[in-house]
Design a protein around this ligand. Structure first.
Ligand SMILES: [Cu+2]
Length: 471
């Protein structure tokens, strides 16, 4: 394939559904600040506390020690976590190279979601938020992995930076998000893109995965998989936008979202023209119902797929940043284990529910070659973007063709060896991580950020694919 193809698929169907469902824009007045004021006075409150016998505040160590100097010299591992707060325009559904369609995004470090920080339970996270002097607003950072006074999450003004340290005492997945300008506008900042996760690996590592199977004669058998796993991260949210691409608070208050985003994009992990070509011989013949990010010119925004091996332990870190529930389901699969914090919540379950600001770790194994779509099993969410396609093994028998074309030297257990997995879905390596065979540049990144991801070793498929021999 030696020529570039323009966007080959119009998203008319999606646009029509979106326009029908979400065309109207609410202009209802926001709740005023006065509504939030407590009705009792400070003196009343103090008197009540006195009458109760007073309060004794007992602060755990992680809560009390927010001084970086003392923590940095404690002998614990310190992770320097540097973030910037920057407003930029980024593409939305319907965007093409010829006809740009963008919205007013807010980012941590020019990417949505912000960078993932990964540590081991008991380590110290040293967070520094810097706001460039030309940024239009102040920002803050509330990290749910911390246990410290909310005063630390206050506003950081343009041209300044702020640092705090804390011990990541609890294992699990934890959201971090902009706290607005001392809470003001927090909804706008978070729903415009200022969110990310901290992954805190358990001090003793992850547990083996046990999967129940029945043998040929029908008796129950247990199969154990090593704790090491191929890992992905999936972060869910919504966009509430006006036609002009600005934040629509009225729509938010009515829960009328305009897009559902997974790692910052609607429909980010569905087939693209390269998959069309490999499977049908025709880059213009779509193989999936919605392929909105379907041209090499879209670079880091061109959709990509997740590739896993058969009989491989897969671990997915999931966070729901949004206002809507997430009914996490993988079509054709069963979630072998669901963990929240460091506690197993369920095993062999079809769907698991996450409310706003909730997370989980899903462990599973794909047994059969095929394609599997991870969805928010809410139809409104599916049709507005919550679809992630996993491809397990070699269901399309591409190995002989890839070997014959010289793309790979010998058959491979997953297409990740040829095309890589998307960079925005691959968390940093942790205690029990299996390295991905290759990673491609994909995500809601600015061009500048995409260049940095590429410099770290991710493959720019939009440059590489046109150089490949006929397959
Ligand atoms: Cu902000």
């Amino acid at each position: 394939m030696n020529k570039r193809y323009s966007m080959l698929f119009t998203i008319a169907a999606v646009a029509i559904v979106s326009a029908t469902l979400f065309g109207s824009t609410y202009t209802q007045t926001q709740i005023g600040g006065t509504t939030l004021e407590a009705s009792s006075t400070k003196d009343d409150l103090m008197q009540k506390i006195h009458d109760m016998g007073g309060l004794e505040l007992v602060m755990p160590q992680a809560f009390a020690e927010t001084d970086c100097g003392a923590l940095e010299n404690s002998g614990r591992m310190v992770h320097d976590f540097q973030l910037t707060g920057e407003s930029v325009d980024l593409p939305i559904l319907g965007h093409t190279a010829d006809s740009p369609k963008t919205y007013s995004a807010m980012t941590f470090s020019q990417q949505i979601p912000g960078p993932t920080v990964r540590v081991t339970q008991g380590d110290i996270i040293k967070m520094t938020l810097t706001i460039p002097s030309d940024e239009v607003t102040a920002h803050g950072n509330d990290m749910h992995a911390s246990q410290m006074s909310s005063g630390n999450f206050g506003k950081v003004l343009p041209g300044t930076s702020k640092t705090y340290c804390y011990i990541a005492e609890s294992a699990g997945v934890f959201k971090y998000h902009c706290s607005g300008v001392d809470l003001l506008g927090m909804d706008q900042h978070v729903l415009s893109g200022m969110y990310g996760i901290a992954i805190v690996d358990p001090a003793n590592g992850y547990k083996k995965l046990m999967v129940e199977k029945t043998s040929g004669s029908g008796e129950l058998d247990k199969k154990f998989y090593d704790a090491d796993a191929l890992e992905f991260q999936l972060q869910y949210n919504q966009l509430y936008l006006t036609d002009a691409g600005t934040y629509d608070a009225g729509a938010m208050f009515q829960h009328h979202n305009t897009h559902t985003v997974v790692n910052g994009l609607s429909f980010p992990y569905v087939p693209n023209m390269v998959h069309n070509l490999l499977l049908t011989g025709n880059p213009g013949k779509n193989i999936f119902v919605a392929q909105p990010w379907n041209a090499l010119e879209l670079k880091q925004y061109q959709s990509q797929l997740f590739y896993v091996e058969l009989d491989q332990h897969v671990r997915i870190f999931v966070e729901n940043h949004g206002n809507e529930p997430l009914f996490f389901h993988i079509v054709g699969e069963i979630l072998d284990r669901v963990t929240q914090g460091n506690r197993v919540q369920s095993g062999a379950t079809e769907t698991w529910l996450l409310g706003g600001s909730q997370n989980m770790i899903v462990d599973l194994v794909f047994d059969e070659p095929g394609t599997y779509a991870a969805v928010n099993h809410d139809y409104a969410a599916i049709y507005t973007g919550a679809v992630t396609v996993f491809v397990a093994g070699d269901p399309f028998d591409l190995n002989p063709r890839l070997v014959a074309a010289g793309v790979i030297p010998s058959p491979v257990p997953s297409y990740a060896y040829a095309l890589g997995n998307p960079s925005d879905a691959v968390p940093p390596m942790g205690k029990n991580s299996i390295a991905h065979p290759a990673v491609n540049v994909h995500g809601m990144y600015t061009d500048e950020r995409a260049s940095e991801i590429e410099a770290q070793g991710a493959i720019p498929l939009w440059d590489v694919v046109p150089t490949l021999p006929p397959i």
